[in-house]
Design a protein around this ligand. Structure first.
Ligand code: ZN
Length: 340
């Protein structure tokens, strides 16, 4: 197991199918009163691997006469690749589950979870799905997503939380203070853990090393996301970011700037594409195609989320307008439509 910072270990969960089940990073900070940060997937095989790795590390620690106690588990946010393993890890490792109040509400049961994360596809994803075909398609998508939740992620819900904490607070890990920082945007309940003294941030999905963080309705918010990233940018003494996916980030300021610039560029690009179309307008599908000319269908589907949020925010700023017709939605630049 990799020691990514003295006393902080990384357990890399192996994924499957690349985009549906990406590899996840779980961090361990063992000691007198240690923690696990993020729970990963909930399937038996993955959980067993995590437990084996923890046990191997325990042996190494014990042989050296060092304290090895992991008493608690926290998660960055309530997406399936971060919380699904909670229940099984608690049972096998006898750890206490600590959640923020927002997190506890979201994963209390299946109903609450779906209310928060399953969007209305027409309003949120800007696809008009009317008639029988639309209904069949929606039903198929719903069944597929539920199948993936159950069979691939093995999601389990947490009716009993051992300890509730605020979104903004601090916890002591092995006697050392770590700040809990609310960092919504990617998900409304997202938190990060920061130790200012050593400058280490456990960033969850907010700052990733090479890919852009997924954003999409109904639980993401672009403005909140940018504010969270700017807050992280201004953390005093930020040295290293330990993300939930991919490699550790040794150049945090550079990476954060890249992320902020990227978001700005994408907004400008989206507006430009719509403007260039003039009176013709563009459908959401056409906009995604123009933004990702060479991408395959899966990647375009993943991009739909941020494109939707960007279009919504451009609408709110009165830079574009939406016209809904019988079978399609089209977007027009306000600048080219003033005469209409
Ligand atoms: Zn996530």
């Amino acid at each position: 197991m990799k020691e990514v910072y003295p006393g902080i270990f990384l357990v890399k969960e192996v994924g499957r199918f690349k985009t549906i089940k990406p590899p996840v990073n779980i961090y361990l900070i063992p000691g007198r009163n240690g923690i696990i940060f993020d729970a990963g997937y909930g399937d038996k095989k993955t959980i067993q691997k995590v437990i084996n790795k923890i046990n191997a590390l325990k042996t190494t620690y014990t042989n050296k006469g060092r304290d090895f106690n992991i008493s608690r588990i926290l998660i960055s946010h309530c997406h399936p690749d971060h919380f699904s393993g909670l229940k099984r890890l608690r049972r096998h490792l006898k750890v206490r589950i600590i959640l923020t109040e927002d997190q506890a509400k979201l994963i209390k049961n299946k109903k609450k979870y779906h209310e928060a994360f399953d969007g209305d596809s027409y309003k949120d994803y800007l696809i008009i799905k009317k008639g029988m075909r639309g209904k069949i398609r929606s039903l198929f998508e719903l069944l597929l997503s539920h199948f993936i939740y159950r069979m691939v992620y093995r999601m389990t819900f947490i009716t009993h939380v051992d300890e509730l904490i605020d979104n903004e607070t601090h916890i002591f890990i092995n006697g050392i203070k770590w700040e809990v920082i609310a960092s919504p945007g990617h998900s409304s309940d997202h938190i990060s853990l920061y130790n200012q003294e050593i400058g280490v941030l456990l960033s969850g999905d907010n700052v990733l090393p090479s890919i852009t963080t997924w954003l999409g309705p109904p639980n993401s918010d672009i403005r909140a996301y940018i504010e969270s990233i700017e807050r992280i940018q201004n953390l005093p003494n930020l040295n290293i970011i330990l993300p939930a996916h991919g490699k550790i980030i040794l150049n945090p300021q550079e990476r954060i700037k890249e992320i902020l610039d990227h978001r700005k560029e994408r907004t400008v690009q989206t507006l430009k594409i719509i403007k260039e179309q003039g009176d013709q307008g563009l459908s959401p599908g056409d906009i995604i195609k123009a933004l990702y000319p060479d991408a395959n269908k899966v990647l375009r589907e993943f991009a739909r989320g941020w494109v939707c949020l960007t279009l919504k925010s451009l609408e709110e700023q009165n830079k574009i307008i939406r016209k809904e017709e019988k079978n399609h939605i089209r977007f027009y630049s306000v600048a080219t439509n003033q005469g209409l």
